[in-house]
Ligand binder design. Structure first.
Ligand code: IPT
Length: 267
């Protein structure tokens, strides 16, 4: 038996960790995994990938591509002959999904920094076309607004360390009056740390940083990164289990919690 995984770029840490875990749990259940990676024009290529998997007799597919609910619904409608489970949609979307709560960890990050006395926040979100990036950003902004705080700046990277590096340089140049930075993922946070070190901005003495993901490397950044931990291995396990359930039609979606892990990049 074979299940399919349609995934966004495996050059990114989180999706590659998910792919490794999906393989592991599928193998344990006696299934092979066919992986189709999409990097570029998402809308056409997802259907191409699904068609390719169908031609190899794959009937159950995990989709780890950021999709707004309407797009995900369209993919579901156009592929009623197979079972699609989504990993990167709004968890309240009606499509079958296993996703993280986008609000709990984001809210906890703001609360934690606010309790430490921070009032000047720079926000470095992920790409504008990613639903998870958008939901994390909205939750940061909502929590800050409840405290009467307007962020010093909001900018978008592309999830890569390189974009984190250049975004941090831009923020230092244009709006240097921040004491805390919320970053949409750990890879961008890695680039931010590098840029701040180069400009002799001490972390956490001058600036506190919180990332998002807690991928395997994040505890070994310098300083060890405070971040919102997503249990990607658990997400993959739940996804494989749900997808292979006896009667998947009766299976409901599942929302997984995300929690703040405090290390040395905040104070
Ligand atoms: C999400 C990661 O948090 C982010 O770092 C980036 O890798 C992104 O995936 C790529 O799409 S995790 C996803 C399951 C919401």
């Amino acid at each position: 038996f074979t299940i399919g995984l349609v995934t966004t770029s495996l050059a990114l840490h989180a999706p590659s960790q998910i792919a490794a875990s999906v393989k592991k749990y599928a193998h344990q259940a006696g299934y092979q995994v066919l992986i189709s990676m999409i990097d570029g024009d998402v809308n056409q290529s997802i259907q191409d990938s699904i068609n390719e998997l169908k031609s190899q007799r794959v009937e159950r597919v995990i989709i780890n591509i950021p999709l707004e609910s309407a797009e995900a619904g369209r993919i579901y409608e156009n592929n009623r002959d197979i079972l699609c489970l989504f990993l990167d949609v709004d968890p309240t979307s009606p499509v079958f999904n296993v996703c993280f709560n986008p609000a709990d960890g984001s809210r906890a990050s703001v609360e934690y920094l606010h309790d430490l006395g921070h009032r000047e926040f720079a926000l470095l979100a992920g790409p504008e076309d990613s639903v998870s990036s958008r939901l994390r950003l909205e939750s940061w902004q909502e929590t800050l607004a409840e405290k009467g705080i307007q962020p010093v700046t909001v900018i978008h990277g592309d999830w890569s360390a390189k974009s984190g590096y250049y975004s941090a340089l831009q923020i230092l140049r244009e709006t240097p009056q921040f004491t805390a930075m919320l970053v949409g993922n750990d890879q961008m946070a890695l680039g931010v740390i590098s840029a701040l070190h180069q400009h002799n901005v001490a972390i956490p003495q001058h600036v506190s940083i919180i990332g998002y993901d807690d991928t395997y490397d994040s505890a070994f950044f310098h300083p060890a990164l405070t971040t919102v931990s997503l249990d990607l291995d658990l997400q993959s396990k739940e996804a494989v289990e749900h997808l292979l359930a006896e009667n998947p039609e009766t299976m409901s979606s599942k929302i997984l919690p995300a929690k703040l892990v405090v290390r040395n990049s905040t104070r």
